[in-house]
Design a protein around this ligand. Structure first.
Ligand SMILES: [Zn+2]
Length: 602
């Protein structure tokens, strides 16, 4: 990676308006330039470019960054490559250690590209290739798909690739580093992929960084082998077919995540081009970030076996961190997409996909319900536990309530008592740090600021309520319902609920009572988050219990903050809709509001 210092220097010296202006028609408005954004299907000029702040910013699709990011996104190349191009433009020669790494990356990519060419050539021009192609045809993989995916063939001989790469002046060291070649105990180099059909794996820029090799003749070897991790192949970042699928993911505003790359190919055969797959790893945050930069409509398609169900849950929970609820599709009879296609044809597979999407939590609920026997206590407990486990990870109160209501009716237990049970087991995140709010599109810095204000005000209220039952009653009258609204208030909600029980039987509470209440909420074997939280409230010297206005002010502050928060979110929604008229309308309304407010304050 090229060092940040060098990148900073390049960004400072490059005129971003000039660079963007070469590929996008820009019009000057005020101190900025505007043009059609090349990263989404832009109808109005949504992208602004500013030489002053050295940034571009699309307020419709939210793509923004400096000139290096622009060049890398526009040309589908890495940021390092973009930096080298921009450096050349400025006549700067990059020669520090980090640029050596970038050059090495370039070199390794070149090796992989030559290897891909070699495998492709071998498939199309040899005796062995004829056999391999017959196999591919029998699996329904057409010439078109072979060409599109650059499918190739590794020979059964021991070191043909190694020889070919050497002829192209690629060092054996690089070949070893990339996991293409190994050295045996007689110091002889041999190809790792032999007698296998080769499926190239591309990075997000469409460059081949690894291979998956599949046997196609009778053999007792592993069905698939994959390239090992290397300086350019990071499995935790790579999704098979992501680069190729990017345009159709955008245009369909949808992505399907499969378990394996053969599923992706089967989907392609059924005219579903927006499928991707992880390369033998679980879904990572890195994967999810890439996916969410394109669409929020996620479909998970995994096998119905226990491994598939586990992967489904895990993936759903990774998306929950971003407040995304994926859909689930599971093919009947434990078939994978390839098997289903073979049995019923591509049209049937296409139909199945378009008709069987289900909210992933609904799918998991139905699955848990399958083993449920009415009246059998053990089975009731198991059902309950499974539902709790799933919904508590969703982080959405609406989901939690919806499914617990459903559960209540299925097992014939009252909703209230189930919610009570749920509160006991739910592993809420009680340490409230506004900076830890979900880092997805909705949380703008402004929202974080408002939320911080809300939390501070709640702290004040809580401390006052420890020392005064009267204030507690006043709070419950005015704000009791509010606590249900926002999941980030869970800690307050849990503690206040317990205080309510305490105050029902006692007139006075002291600090130790309050700490005991918090302690009772901490799960066994868990860090004592509630206790620490309660201690922090009591120790807050900024709260003045003798100031009776403070309590009232905080109640008002919170109500105002909630409305500000809603407005901010509406504004963001208008922004992301990309409709200029909506945004302008909103802007002018907001300005009016600001004027009214400042008048009131005077
Ligand atoms: Zn855009």
């Amino acid at each position: 990676m090229i060092s940040q210092n060098i990148k900073k220097q390049i960004v400072e010296q490059t005129n971003i308006v000039e660079v963007v202006g070469e590929v996008v028609k820009l019009t000057k408005k005020g101190s900025s330039y505007f043009g059609l954004c090349p990263f989404h299907n832009d109808k109005h000029p949504s992208m602004s470019v500013s030489e002053k702040v050295k940034m571009f910013n699309c307020f419709s699709c939210n793509t923004k960054g400096n000139v290096i990011y622009f060049v890398s996104r526009y040309n589908n190349i890495s940021e390092d490559q973009a930096t080298i191009i921009l450096a050349k433009r400025l006549g700067i020669e990059i020669s520090d250690a980090s640029s050596k790494e970038a050059l090495k990356e370039e070199r390794l990519l070149k090796v992989m590209n030559d290897a891909t060419n070699f495998y492709e050539f071998y498939l199309h021009n040899t005796e062995e290739g004829v056999k391999a192609k017959a196999y591919l045809t029998s699996r329904g993989i057409t010439d078109e798909i072979i060409k599109d995916l650059r499918i190739g063939l590794a020979s059964s001989e021991s070191n043909l690739l190694n020889q070919a790469l050497k002829k192209n002046n690629h060092s054996e060291l690089d070949q070893v580093e990339l996991g293409l070649v190994k050295i045996d105990n007689k110091d002889q180099a041999y190809d790792v992929f032999r007698n296998r059909i080769i499926f190239p794996i591309e990075n997000n820029n469409g460059q081949v960084v690894g291979f998956s090799g599949r046997i196609y003749t009778k053999s007792d070897q592993a069905k698939y082998i994959n390239s090992s991790e290397s300086a350019i192949f990071h499995k935790g970042q790579i999704l098979y077919n992501f680069h190729k699928a990017t345009p159709t993911i955008r245009s369909n505003d949808k992505i399907i995540i499969f378990e394996g790359f053969m599923d992706v190919i089967a989907a392609k055969k059924a005219q579903i081009p927006y499928g991707v797959a992880t390369m033998g790893t679980a879904l990572t945050q890195e994967h999810v970030k890439n996916i969410l930069s394109l669409t929020k409509n996620i479909v998970l398609c995994f096998d119905g076996d226990s491994a598939g169900i586990h992967a489904m849950k895990r993936s759903a929970f990774v998306f929950a961190n971003y407040h995304i609820i994926p859909k689930a599709i599971v093919l009947p009879n434990n078939l994978d997409p390839d098997e289903y296609l073979k049995a019923y044809g591509s049209q049937a597979l296409n139909n199945y996909f378009s008709q069987n999407e289900k909210n992933v939590y609904q799918w998991l609920y139905d699955l848990a319900k399958k083993d449920f026997i009415k009246g059998d206590l053990e089975s009731v407990e198991r059902f309950k536990k499974e539902v709790f486990e799933c919904v508590r990870c969703s982080k959405e109160n609406t989901i939690i309530e919806h499914f617990i209501k459903m559960l209540a009716s299925d097992i014939e237990i009252s909703f209230e008592s189930l919610m009570n049970d749920f509160g006991k087991i739910a592993n809420f995140q009680p340490t409230l740090k506004p900076d830890d709010l979900p880092k997805n599109r909705v949380t703008t810095p402004k929202e974080v600021r408002i939320k911080r204000k809300i939390f501070i005000a709640y702290d004040v209220l809580l401390k006052h309520m420890v020392y005064s039952k009267l204030k507690f009653i006043e709070f419950m009258d005015k704000m009791g319902d509010e606590l249900y609204i926002d999941s980030s208030l869970t800690t307050y909600f849990e503690i206040i609920k317990k205080m309510e029980v305490f105050y029902a039987e006692n007139e006075l509470m002291d600090e130790q009572d309050f700490l005991n209440i918090a302690k009772s909420l901490d799960l066994p074997n868990k860090t004592n988050d509630y206790y620490v939280f309660a201690k922090r409230i009591l120790d807050n010297k900024m709260i003045n219990l003798n100031d009776s206005d403070e309590f009232e002010q905080c109640l008002n502050t919170i109500q105002k903050c909630w409305s500000d928060l809603s407005k901010t979110r509406l504004y963001n929604k208008a922004l992301s809709s990309g409709n200029i008229e909506d945004i302008q309308k909103f802007e002018s309304l907001r300005k009016e509001n600001v004027k009214v407010m400042s008048k009131e304050e005077k």
